[in-house]
Design a protein around this ligand. Structure first.
Ligand SMILES: [Zn+2]
Length: 301
């Protein structure tokens, strides 16, 4: 049985909501497969947790990604959370990757890794408008940068804790509700009260305790609505169909040029290392008249 679960909650008498997530060693297995240097691996783990936490309250079919990028030895690191069947307990699916130079040292913090960098949060519904928010990286932890992002972009006071150990990863977030605030003084007071409680949660506690225990430990004097636990999994959503779309997007002229040089086109998935090969016949079918939608083509199945 998977231990990778996310649980949301809501204060009944305050306009504040929260999310808890704990990932077992499957996230470490995933990170080890990529063989990134230790600080990159640790940051990518935090990005995984953050992308799931930020997806918790989205009611859409699509994806949310959290990316850091810059001009330092770490070019970028990105985690993406795939959301399906909104309103159900369908698992959230995580994937991620990073690109870096050889200049990474073990003790580097976020700002040393990325240099002059940015935090980019992208929400992409399957059908609908893509939304992207970008802020400069100004703090030396990812959690602080994301808190800053919510404050700058949405004026939403947010507290985020992201912790990793050798075998686990866990995250905790509380946030003021984006609803219209009727009583500003009470809202501020409530937030200060909850914030004072959540900052007492240690990394050891967050990594060791299931959601119910964390909530009991922090908020036993408060009235909460706790939602059902939602599973979190790791699965790349690349496919031959999506690769075909990418080839069609290149345009026939460029595709023909590559085919003349190499004989086939190979699409590599950077997330999971899957390869999709399209030979001349496959590509010809993609551009054949009357078959504009690659998903309709038999060759793909
Ligand atoms: Zn893939």
């Amino acid at each position: 049985m998977t231990q990778d679960l996310m649980r949301g909650f809501l204060f009944n008498n305050m306009d504040i909501r929260g999310v808890h997530i704990r990932l077992d060693d499957s996230v470490q297995t995933l990170l080890q497969q990529h063989a990134y240097p230790a600080p990159v691996s640790a940051l990518l783990g935090q990005l995984f947790i953050a992308s799931a936490l930020l997806s918790a309250n989205l009611k859409l079919q699509g994806r949310l990604s959290v990316q850091v990028r810059g001009d330092g030895p770490l070019e970028y690191a990105l985690a993406e959370c795939r959301l399906d069947q909104p309103g159900t307990l369908a698992p959230l699916l995580l994937k991620g990757l990073a690109r870096h130079s050889d200049a990474i040292k073990d003790n580097m913090g976020l700002l040393e890794l990325l240099g002059n960098g940015q935090l980019v949060i992208t929400i992409e519904p399957d059908d609908g408008q893509r939304y992207q928010g970008i802020v400069g990286l100004e703090y030396d932890t990812l959690a602080a940068c994301i808190e800053g992002y919510f404050y700058q972009s949405e004026q939403l006071p947010t507290h985020l804790q992201l912790d990793m150990s050798e075998t686990q990863a866990a995250g905790f977030m509380v946030q003021r509700l984006p609803a219209e605030i009727k009583n500003e003084a009470k809202a501020d007071e409530d937030w200060e009260l909850v914030h004072a409680l959540v900052i007492t949660l240690t990394a050891d506690e967050l990594l060791a305790l299931p959601a119910d225990e964390v909530l009991k430990r922090l908020f036993h004097e408060h009235d909460l609505t706790v939602f059902a636990e939602r599973p979190v999994g790791y699965k790349c959503d690349c496919s031959r169909e999506r690769s075909a779309h990418a080839i069609v997007a290149l345009g026939k002229a460029q595709v023909d040029e590559v085919l003349d040089d190499l004989g086939s086109i190979v699409i590599d998935c950077q997330f999971c290392d899957s390869q999709y090969t399209f030979d001349k016949v496959d590509c010809h079918m993609l551009f054949a008249p009357g078959t504009n939608d690659p998903e309709q083509q038999e060759i793909l199945h």
